[in-house]
Design a binder for this molecule. Structure first.
Ligand code: AMP
Length: 364
C-alpha cells in the first residue's frame, strides 16, 4: 500500500518510520526541500497551490493523509478528488478555524471557554462585556505553539492585544482557571474500530509544550471516561478516520476543551515506547482500514521536547531508559528539534528522569 502525506515535518517522519515496519510505502509533499520526512521517504517539493504537482503526488497512491494543520484545505480537496484522504477534510477545516472548532464543541455538548468571534476592535470591546476579564485574544487561523495569542488582563490591554494580532479575524475567550492541562489521543479506523489512550498531563510554557507524562497522575475512571466520551462525540460527528488529539484544561474533575488536532500530536509521542501500539502506527492502521491496535500501556512514561538548541546526545544516550528522537532540523529559537522519551516502573521514577533530562537539555 502506498500512502501519501501532505506535509513532511517530524510527524511525517515518525509516520514513515512506523509505517515501513507495516510494509507501507510513502510519498510526502512539502514546499520545503529540507523537510525532515524527505530523508526517510520520497518527497515532492512544490507549493500547496501547485495543482499539477498535487495531481502528480496523488498519482498511484492508495490513500492520503496530512500531518500539518495549516495546509490550505483546497490542496487537500484537490487530492481527495483523486484518492481518499483521511481524516476527512471537514475535520481539518473545523480545526483550522478556532471559531468553527469551538462552535463544534458547543454543538456536541463539550464544555469550552465562552468565546466571541471578533473582526474589529469595536467588536472586541463589546465582546469583552460577554467574556469578562481576564480574556485571551486568539487568531482564528494559523495559530500554533502560542503564536497569534495575546492576553487581555485589563481594558488597557485591549488596543495592544489587537495590534499584536495585526487585526486578523480572531476570537476572544474567557481565561480558564485550571489546575492542569490534559490531552487525550483517540483513533478510529475505516473499519469502525476505535481506541483511546490514557489521558496525558502536559506542561506548556510560553505557549510551547515542554514535557508530558503518561498516564496522567490521579485520573479517576470517571475523568478518563469523560474525556473518552467527548472524543467519541467528535469522532462520530466528523465521521472521523485517523488519530485525533483533544487538549483540555482540568479543574476539579471538570474538563474544558481548548482545541483539537486532526492528526498525530506532540502529546502522543510517548506512545512510541510507552504504549502497545504507537499513535503513528494506529493512525496508519486507521487510514488503511486495519483494526486499531491496543492503546494500553504498562508502567509510566515521560516525553521531553528538545527546543531551540541541539542537546548533548552522547550524554543523553548514556542514561538508562532514555530514548532520543531527533528530527534533523536546524536549531532556531522556539523550534522543536527532537524529543526524549523516558520510561520507568512508576510515575515517581518518570518524574526523576524527566527532571534529569530537562537539566541536561538546559545545560546545567
Ligand atoms: P493554544 O494555542 O490555544 O493551545 O494555547 C496555548 C496555551 O495558552 C495553552 O496551552 C494554555 O496554557 C494557554 N491558554 C490558552 N487559552 C487559554 C484560556 N482560555 N485560559 C487560560 N489559558 C489559556
Amino acid at each position: 500500500m502506498k500512502i501519501g502525506v501532505l506535509g513532511a515535518g517530524q510527524l511525517g517522519q515518525m509516520l514513515a518510520l512506523a509505517g515501513r515496519r507495516l510494509g507501507f510505502e510513502f510519498r510526502f509533499f512539502s514546499p520545503d526541500p529540507d523537510a525532515p520526512a524527505g530523508r526517510v521517504a520520497e518527497l515532492i517539493v512544490a507549493d500547496y497551490d501547485n495543482e499539477a504537482a498535487l495531481a502528480h503526488f496523488a498519482d498511484g497512491l492508495d490513500v492520503a493523509t496530512y500531518e500539518f494543520e495549516s495546509i490550505p484545505s483546497a490542496a487537500v480537496r484537490l487530492v481527495d478528488a483523486r484518492v481518499p484522504v483521511y481524516p476527512p477534510v471537514a475535520a481539518l477545516e473545523t480545526a483550522q478555524d478556532r471559531a468553527v472548532e469551538k462552535a463544534c464543541f458547543e454543538r456536541l455538548g463539550i464544555p469550552t471557554a465562552p468565546f466571541v468571534a471578533v473582526d474589529s476592535i469595536g467588536q472586541l470591546r463589546a465582546a469583552l462585556e460577554r467574556t469578562g476579564l481576564p480574556a485571551v485574544l486568539k487568531a482564528r487561523r494559523f495559530g500554533y505553539d502560542g503564536k497569534g495569542q495575546a492576553a487581555i488582563r485589563s481594558p488597557d490591554d485591549m488596543a495592544s492585544a489587537w495590534v499584536a494580532l495585526k487585526g486578523v479575524p480572531a476570537i476572544v475567550e474567557s481565561f480558564v482557571i485550571y489546575s492542569r492541562e490534559l490531552s487525550i489521543i483517540a483513533v478510529r479506523s475505516r473499519d469502525g474500530s476505535t481506541g483511546f489512550y490514557p489521558l496525558v498531563e502536559n506542561y506548556h510554557s510560553e505557549g510551547i509544550l515542554r514535557f508530558s507524562v503518561a498516564p496522567a497522575p490521579a485520573v479517576t475512571a470517571s475523568l478518563q471516561n469523560l474525556a473518552g466520551e467527548y472524543a467519541r462525540r467528535l469522532l462520530a460527528d466528523l465521521d472521523y478516520v485517523g488519530v485525533m488529539a483533544i487538549e483540555f484544561f482540568e479543574n476539579d474533575g471538570k474538563l474544558t476543551a481548548n482545541e483539537m488536532a486532526p492528526r498525530v500530536h506532540n502529546t502522543g509521542h510517548w506512545s512510541i515506547e510507552g504504549a502497545d501500539t504507537s499513535q503513528f502506527e494506529n493512525h496508519l492502521r486507521a487510514i488503511a482500514g486495519m483494526p486499531v491496535g491496543s492503546s494500553d500501556m504498562g508502567g509510566a512514561v515521560g516525553m521531553v521536547n528538545v527546543i531551540g538548541r541541539d542537546p548533548d546526545v552522547q550524554r543523553l544516550r548514556q542514561l538508562d531508559n532514555v530514548h532520543v528522537h531527533m528530527y534533523g532540523k536546524a536549531p532556531a529559537p522556539r523550534r522543536k528539534l527532537g524529543h526524549i522519551t523516558v520510561t520507568a516502573d512508576d510515575m515517581e521514577g518518570v518524574r526523576g528522569r524527566v527532571a534529569e533530562v530537562r537539566r541536561l537539555l538546559a545545560g546545567v
